[in-house]
Design a protein around this ligand. Sequence first.
Ligand code: IPM
Length: 527
Amino acid sequence: MASSSAIASSSAPFINKKDVGLSAFSSQSSFSVQTARQRISKKIVSVMTPQQTQRTPATTGSVKTGMTMTEKILAKASDKPEVSPGDNVWVNVDVLMTHDVCGPGSIGIFKKEFGQNAKVWDREKLVIIPDHYIFTSDERANRNVDILRDFCTEQNIKYFYDIKDLGNFRANPDYKGVCHVALAQEGHCRPGEVLLGTDSHTCTAGAFGQFATGIGNTDAGFVLGTGKILLKVPPTLRFVMDGEMPDYLLAKDLILQIIGEISVAGATYKAMEFVGSTVESLTMEERMTLCNMVVEAGGKNGVIPADKTTYDYLEGRTSVPYEPVYSDEGARYLKEYRFDVSKLEPLVAKPHSPDNRALARECKDVKIDRVYIGSCTGGKTEDFMAAAKVFLASGKKVKVPTFLVPATQKVWMDVYSLPVPGAGGKTCSQIFEEAGCDTPASPSCGACLGGPKDTYARMNEAQANYYLFYRIIDLLLICYRVCVSTTNRNFPGRMGHKEGQIYLASPYTAAASALTGYVTDPREFLQ
Ligand SMILES: CC(C)[C@H](C(=O)O)[C@@H](O)C(=O)O
């Protein structure tokens, strides 16, 4: 048994480190440093100093430490009464998702380690979603989908969202599109569970009050064989967002605000818990946008407590019983940030980093040559509704090519069928057509991460045959290789062209920018 002093010295540094991060806006909120200090000292009282060797009732094992919801989910999944940040625990996995880019590699590792005839641990807990490089003639990309299909047949996998006819996605009723959006729509995201995926944006599912994180192919190969993973429990950062959300802001602005504040490394291997009245007011799709980009701050997972909004969304989508968990009153947070959302303004992340934050209104001098609306971050039904709202309010036509890539087949249907509020029954697709946008494309990850050369809306580089000619054109036009995009990453080369400049923005800001031809604050059209 560990001595009391050992417990004290291992616990104390974590608690002593607890401090409160003040956002640029928190000084205007009701939050006070004094309150934070009082809370910290309350915590320290319950920790034994190294001199206290004798046990007193307050320090016996009968007193449970408060846990965050991330810790609670991991405790439950590892059959432990309690876990603490830094603990390494074997976790039982509820759902493993993989796609066409990482599935074949994960399957290869599974077969190598567990044998050619091995069976996956649970044919109903594996979800396979081709979504990345789908509408392409690239043979290796096509082969990846074939490998997934063969594996699913061999293993009798229950949830495989296949696509065979690339010429007409609608001829493939099982095909969904972007995995993170499809997982939610198909009821695979459930409060209190552990969802892993071979994709960094698997953190999106934290919006459902579950532990969701991306893993590599090797880990996925192991999960395929055992249904387990060894995880280090992350400490939690708490983001309290209060205040009424102005009607020119979207969740994308909130997460760009946070990443700009804490940097792309600010949450490395940490859980990011989002709470507060603003978060409670967000729809599920907006909550997904918030959690989707935690990985752009290095976060291990993002998480939002489940509530009525969550349960309503899940109604009819899943029949699997689930058990939501909530952070304890006395849970330990590494740091707390507070935001008064009513004071925030529309933002962009300038090239080439998601933390390169700027106010959209201060980037008016940035001329653009295209707009891209799509991806797991910004290609959901509500993202298209938001863009349509701006086009409708302006009554104008776009000035640059505007590419629309619905995340999933359901989003595509919504774009063509749901009436946009206040538009006299018009659908998004009608409004987009009137505004002069490109016709909504087949659902997939599209050009969010470049993809093969023939990917729709990819920012392409000069072709080899005409290299010199195109290189000269490229150099002449270089200042116009600029895209405003609702996606999540703007690293060099991310959407294809290695000299491309990507400004990450909300669907409001993207649509406003399409109408002017430069980075534009949506208030120009929404007020
Ligand atoms: C292809 C995949 C491994 C990658 C990821 O993990 O995020 C992609 O989805 C991305 O957005 O960059």
